[in-house]
Design a binder for this molecule. Sequence first.
Ligand SMILES: Nc1ncnc2c1ncn2[C@@H]1O[C@H](COP(=O)(O)OP(=O)(O)OP(=O)(O)O)[C@@H](O)[C@H]1O
Ligand SMILES: [Mg+2]
Length: 237
Amino acid sequence: MTGIFITGTDTDIGKTVVAAGLAGSLMDKGYNVGVMKPVQSGAEMKNGTLYSQDAEVMIKAVGSSDEMELICPVLLREALAPSVAAELEGKQLDLEQIRNAYMELEKRHDLVVVEGAGGIAVPLKDKFLIADLILYLGIPAIIVARAGLGTINHTFLTIEYARKCGISVVGVIINNYKGGIAEQTNPQVLSKLTGIPVLGIIPHCHTMETEGVTPEVEAISLVREHVKLESVIPFIK
Ligand SMILES: Nc1ncnc2c1ncn2[C@@H]1O[C@H](COP(=O)(O)OP(=O)(O)OP(=O)(O)O)[C@@H](O)[C@H]1O
Ligand SMILES: [Mg+2]
C-alpha cells in the first residue's frame, strides 16, 4: 500500500491541515511524498481558471511538481456535496480518470497522501460515496475528528461505517484541541470503544487564524509535534 486517504467526521474538520502536515513531515524524514485532492468542490477562480485551495496547501507542503490534472482531476464550482455540485454543472465524474491519476502518482512516489471531500458518506456520483472511492483506490484511511463534545458519536459512526465497508482504518487524529473536559476524556473513550488508535491530538493553533501565516508551514509543525508518524511509516513502500 502506497497511499493513505485522509477522511474526516465532517467537512471543515482539519483534513487539509492533517494531509498537508503529514505529507510535509514525512517528506522532511526523507520520503518522496505525492499529494492528491481527487475532488474539490467550492473551487475558486484564479487567472480565469478553477483551482483547488486544498491541493494548493498540500502542493506547497511537499513542493510537488506533479501536473494539476493528476493532483486534482475534478474541480467543481459550488461548495456542495460533489454529486450535487457536478449535477448543477452538468458534469459527470469520471471515476476511472481519478483512479488512473492516483496510480500515476503512486508510481512516482513512495507515498501518496490523498484528501477526501467532506466525510466518508459524502456522495461523489449517484450512490458512489467517499467510502467507495477509498475502496476503489485500495488504500487505508485516517479519520480526522474534532476534539470536543459530539465527537464520540461522529467518530464511532465513521469508524463503524468504514469497517462495514471493509476499509482499513489506520487511526484517528483529533484536531483543534482546546483542553475542555470532554476534549480531555474523548481520546481514551474513543480508542476503548472502537479499538482504533488515536494517532495524535493536534492543539488549536492561534497563529493559523492570523492573516499572512502560511498554512502549510503551520500544518507541518503541528503534525510533526503532535502525530505519531511511526504509525504511518509502515504503509510507505
Ligand atoms: N488545529 C487548528 N488550529 C486552528 N485552526 C485550524 C486547526 N485545524 C484546522 N484549522 C482551520 O480550520 C479550517 C478548516 O480546516 P481544513 O481546511 O483543514 O478542514 P477540511 O476538513 O480540510 O475542510 P474541507 O472539508 O473544506 O476540505 C481552516 O481555516 C484551518 O485553517
Ligand atoms: Mg480540505
